[in-house]
Design a protein around this ligand. Structure first.
Ligand code: HEC
Ligand code: HEC
Ligand code: HEC
Length: 170
């Protein structure tokens, strides 16, 4: 227990140093490459993201890890604080977990994921003609945003991480 607390404190201090450093060198710690490759637990997340619409699409706009996994950058302080906290948690887990279970983490993230994150970018869901599939699917979602059926990622399951690719069938 003592060891865990020490590791957590070390993580928190590290995160604090990052927090200060970030203000000077925010960019390197925010890249997809940093998030996805510096920690082997995240390799699956990185590769599945690369295969998804958000990781690569025809319009050439990449949606970064931090666009979905942190509060929006324009909420500067919330963004930084959550970043520090999650960073500390990740480091803590990196040193204390023997095994990383992708399925478990995916379930955990799914449960805590809110529509607001998606709506930050997709705020024009009713722009298509009224009889279109897009309108029909989303009208009920926007009328009753809190119901479980309205959760974006229930219908758009592989939109963030393309997990049904052959690469990940075991
Ligand atoms: C468009 C939004 C979006 C983007 C961009 C995104 N994620 Fe995710 N991420 C999610 C959602 C939603 C889940 C839960 C559902 C799932 O697992 O597919 C998730 C799950 C995860 C998980 C837990 C499961 C696992 O694979 O270990 C990790 C870790 C993760 N993401 C890291 C990343 C990293 C690293 C990047 C960038 C390389 C990234 N995410 C980009 C939305 C996103
Ligand atoms: C930072 C902005 C951003 C965020 C956050 C974001 N997206 Fe996207 N999304 C995009 C862009 C850019 C595209 C590609 C645009 C295109 O192909 O027309 C896209 C494409 C899509 C598509 C169309 C995919 C296709 O293959 O036709 C869906 C569906 C979608 N996003 C759902 C979501 C959901 C659900 C979330 C939340 C988990 C989310 N997006 C989060 C920017 C974002
Ligand atoms: C009840 C299921 C359902 C839910 C919940 C849902 N969608 Fe969709 N979405 C669809 C269908 C069906 C389409 C049209 C077919 C397709 O592109 O998959 C679609 C298409 C999209 C597209 C592509 C739009 C285009 O013009 O091609 C985006 C972006 C999108 N959804 C985002 C979201 C976001 C953000 C949320 C959460 C606020 C969400 N969806 C919730 C079913 C749903």
């Amino acid at each position: 227990m003592k060891k865990r607390i020490l590791i957590f404190i070390a993580g928190a201090i590290f995160a604090l140093i990052c927090f200060i450093t970030i203000n000077i060198t925010m960019k390197p710690f925010s890249t997809n490459d940093f998030c996805g490759s510096k920690c082997h637990f995240m390799n699956t997340a990185y590769q599945t993201w690369e295969l998804s619409t958000h990781g690569s699409n025809n319009i050439g706009y990449t949606v970064d890890c931090i666009d979905c996994h942190l509060p929006p950058k324009d909420k500067y302080f919330t963004h930084l604080i959550v970043k520090g906290y999650k960073g500390a948690k990740d480091i803590y887990k990196f040193y204390t977990l023997d095994d990383y279970d992708v399925g478990e983490m995916s379930k955990f993230v799914t449960e805590h994921f809110t529509n607001a994150t998606c709506l930050n970018c997709h705020d024009n869901l009713l722009a298509k003609p009224a009889n279109s599939a897009v309108q029909k699917a989303h009208r009920p979602v926007l009328i009753d945003p809190d119901s479980p059926e309205s959760k974006c990622i229930t219908c758009h399951e592989n939109i963030s991480h393309q997990r049904t690719s052959k690469l990940f069938e075991e």
